[in-house]
Design a binder for this molecule. Structure first.
Ligand code: NOJ
Length: 507
C-alpha cells in the first residue's frame, strides 16, 4: 500500500510475458516483431491480462537472443523501430493495460560501443566500465564459472587482460562500482520511463555488485556457475538507486527483479525495507514436484518467510525453463497449476502460450540455436488452425509446438472447455474478487492428496481446492460453498477428479 492507503496497480495485476521473437511476425522473416504484439493486443484484452512484460527488443547481435544488448535505447531492426514501440505503448495504454520492458543491467553485448571502447586499450576512458584483470600465471584471475558453461573470464589478446562475463563471452559484465556506469544506466531507465513504460523486469539483478577482490569461490561449491551464487551487499545500494529513480516518476512505475538465488531469505532481501525492488520473481514453482506436500511447503514458506510488505509473485514458466505443461505431463495438472497461479497471494506472471496449454517444441538438432538449450519453450505462438498458424511464413525461426493444429488461439477460443477459456475464467474471477487479489491466505489442514486454502478480504471469501493425486478424492465442504471455476467439467464439488481443482465462493 502507498502512503495514501491505495493499493498500487501491480499488486492487483496479472502480468503476461511476451517473448517478442515468438509472439507474432508481421514482417515475413519468421521472427516476431513489435507491430505483431500490437496486432494481438485485442486478444490479450479479451483474455483479461492487466499488463505485458516484453523481453528484450533492443539492438543486439543476438548471441543470447536479445539479452546481449548493443544499444539500450533503440529497437533492433528485426523487431521494428522506436516509432513502432511508441505506437505499441499507446495502444497498450488505450486498452487500459500497462507495459513493462526488460532491462539488462549486468552485462552488455561485446559489440556495445562502451565495450568496444573499453577493450580498445588499457588507457581507454571506458576501461573501468567493465571488469578487466590480469590473469594468474597463464590462467584466469579466479575460478568462477559462467552460465552456459566454461569459465567466466576471457583473455583479450589486444591488451593482454581478462574480462569478466557471468554469461557468454559475448556478454561482458558492466562494472557497477564505477559511478559513470551507474549514471549511464540510469539514463537508460529515464529514456524508457520518459517514453511512458510502466516499469521494468530487471535481468539477473542480484549479479550486478561484485567483490573487487574477486576471490576464488570455495572448492566445495565445485563447478557451480557464478549466477546462482553471486550475492554482494553492494548490489542493494545500487537497487535503492534504481528505486529512487523509478519512484520519482508519476504513475506507480514498478520493478520486478530476476534473482536466481534459491532460498527465500535471499530473495526477501531484495525487497529491502520497501526501498529496493517492488517485486522479485518467485521461481520456486518451476522446481516444485507436483505433490501436495511440495506445494503446501512452498506456499507456507512464501507466506512465512517474505516479510510484511514484500509482495509475493508466482511464476509457472518463462523463456528460460521447460513449460509447465511439459513438466507436469498432463492437461489436468497444468489446469490445476493455472488455478493455483491465479489464486495464490501475489502477482501472477503468465508466460505466453501457457494459456493455450502449449508444450515445449521438439527441436531437431539441426534447428537448435540457443546456447542455453532453451529453444523448446520459445517456440512460436500458434494463432490459428491454418498452416502458418497466423504467421506470414509456414516455418518460423523455431518449429511449432506440438499439436499446433488444435492448440492455437482460434481453436481454443471456439471451445469453452479449452485451457484458454479456463485462464479467461480465472482471470475474470480474480478481477471480481478482492479476496483473490488482496486477501490473506490460510492453508487448510486436510488429509490425502487435496490441498485447500482460503482467501479472505473484508468479508469477501474464496476457497481453492486442488487434488494432486492420480485418483479421485473426496472432500468435505462446509455448507454454502459453490463452484465458481472448475478446472474440468463441472461435477460434484465434493468429489475432485485426478489432478482436478476448483475455485469456490460462498453461495
Ligand atoms: C536471464 C534471462 O532470462 C536469460 O534469458 C538470459 O540468458 C540471462 N538472464 C542473461 O541475460
Amino acid at each position: 500500500m502507498d502512503a495514501d492507503g491505495h493499493v498500487p496497480w501491480w499488486r492487483d495485476a496479472v502480468i503476461y510475458q511476451i517473448y517478442p521473437r515468438s509472439f507474432q511476425d508481421t514482417g515475413g522473416d519468421g521472427v516476431g516483431d513489435l507491430p505483431g504484439i500490437e496486432r494481438r493486443l485485442d486478444h490479450l484484452a479479451w483474455l483479461g491480462v492487466d499488463a505485458i512484460w516484453v523481453s528484450p527488443f533492443y539492438r543486439s547481435p543476438m548471441a543470447d537472443f536479445g539479452y546481449d544488448v548493443s544499444d539500450y535505447c533503440d529497437v533492433d531492426p528485426l523487431f521494428g523501430t522506436l516509432a513502432d514501440f511508441d505506437r505499441l505503448i499507446a495502444s497498450v495504454h488505450q486498452r487500459g493495460m500497462r507495459l513493462l520492458v526488460d532491462w539488462v543491467p549486468n552485462h552488455t553485448s561485446d559489440r556495445h560501443p562502451w565495450f568496444l571502447d573499453s577493450r580498445s586499450s588499457r588507457s581507454s576512458p571506458r576501461r573501468g566500465w567493465y571488469h578487466w584483470r590480469d590473469g594468474r600465471g597463464d590462467g584466469p584471475p579466479n575460478n568462477w564459472r559462467a552460465a552456459f558453461g566454461g569459465r567466466a573470464w576471457t583473455l583479450d589478446e589486444l591488451t593482454g587482460q581478462w574480462y569478466l562475463h557471468l554469461f557468454l563471452p559475448q556478454q561482458p559484465d558492466l562494472n557497477w562500482s564505477n559511478p559513470e556506469v551507474v549514471a549511464a544506466m540510469h539514463e537508460v531507465l529515464r529514456f524508457w520511463l520518459d517514453r511512458g513504460v510502466d516499469g521494468f523486469r530487471i535481468d539477473v539483478v542480484h549479479c550486478i555488485g561484485k567483490d573487487p577482490a574477486f576471490p576464488d569461490q570455495p572448492a566445495e561449491l565445485g563447478e557451480i556457475d557464478r549466477v546462482g551464487i553471486q550475492n554482494e551487499p553492494a548490489t542493494h545500494e545500487l537497487i535503492r538507486g534504481f528505486r529512487r529513480l523509478v519512484d520519482a516518476y508519476p504513475g506507480q512505475r514498478t520493478t520486478v527483479g530476476e534473482v536466481q538465488l534459491g532460498d527465500l531469505e535471499a530473495l526477501a532481501s531484495f525487497y529491502g525495507a520497501g526501498d529496493e525492488l517492488h517485486m522479485v520473481f518467485n521461481f520456486l514453482p518451476l522446481r516444485a514436484a507436483w505433490t501436495r506436500p511440495a506445494w503446501w511447503g512452498m506456499i507456507e514458506r512464501v507466506e512465512r518467510d517474505l516479510p510484511a510488505g514484500a509482495w509475493p509473485t508466482w511464476v509457472l514458466s518463462n523463456h528460460d525453463e521447460p513449460r509447465v505443461r511439459s513438466r507436469l505431463g498432463s492437461d489436468a495438472a497444468a489446469r490445476s497449476a493455472a488455478l493455483l497461479l491465479l489464486t495464490l497471494r501475489g502477482t501472477p506472471f503468465i508466460y505466453q502460450g501457457d494459456e493455450l496449454g502449449l508444450e515445449d517444441a521438439v527441436v531437431p538438432e539441426s534447428r537448435r540455436v540457443d546456447p542455453g538449450g532453451r529453444d523448446g519453450c520459445r517456440a512460436p505462438m500458434p494463432w490459428d488452425r491454418g498452416p502458418g498458424h497466423g504467421w506470414p511464413v509456414r516455418d518460423p525461426w523455431l518449429p511449432w509446438p506440438p499439436q499446433a493444429g488444435t492448440r492455437n488461439v482460434e481453436a481454443e477460443r471456439d471451445d469453452p472447455g479449452s485451457m484458454l477459456h479456463l485462464y479467461r475464467r480465472l482471470l475474470a474471477a480474480r478481477r471480481g474478487s478482492a479476496a483473490l487479489r488482496r486477501g490473506d491466505l490460510v492453508l487448510r489442514e486436510g488429509a490425502g492428496d487435496v490441498l485447500a486454502f482460503e482467501r479472505n478480504c473484508e468479508g469477501d471469501r474464496r476457497l481453492v481446492v486442488v487434488n494432486f493425486g492420480n485418483r479421485s478424492s473426496s472432500i468435505r465442504l462446509e455448507p454454502g460453498w459453490v463452484v465458481e471455476v472448475s478446472t474440468g467439467p463441472e461435477g460434484d464439488p465434493e468429489r475432485l477428479p485426478p489432478h482436478g481443482g476448483a475455485l469456490l465462493r460462498p453461495g
